[in-house]
Design a protein around this ligand. Sequence first.
Ligand code: FES
Length: 77
Amino acid sequence: MSDEKLIIRCRENGPLVLPAKFQIVDHLGNAFLLPEGKENVALCRCGASKNKPFCDGSHKAYSFQAAETAPAPPPAS
Ligand code: FES
């Protein structure tokens, strides 16, 4: 396994986007098929997608608001 950290990007007012190098399973442990040929996958965080856990773009019609930014790192001591 790579030591490289997985980066999940929070899109402004949109989904969580991450490289398509993972497996996502339902509550029974069954795997969802990831979209083929895509470098990245968008996961819904607005709750409006009709294709959960994936984003289907519904966040735009839903006017989903999520533009939080990460807190500043603590000052070095
Ligand atoms: S974040 Fe895109 S449909 Fe929910």
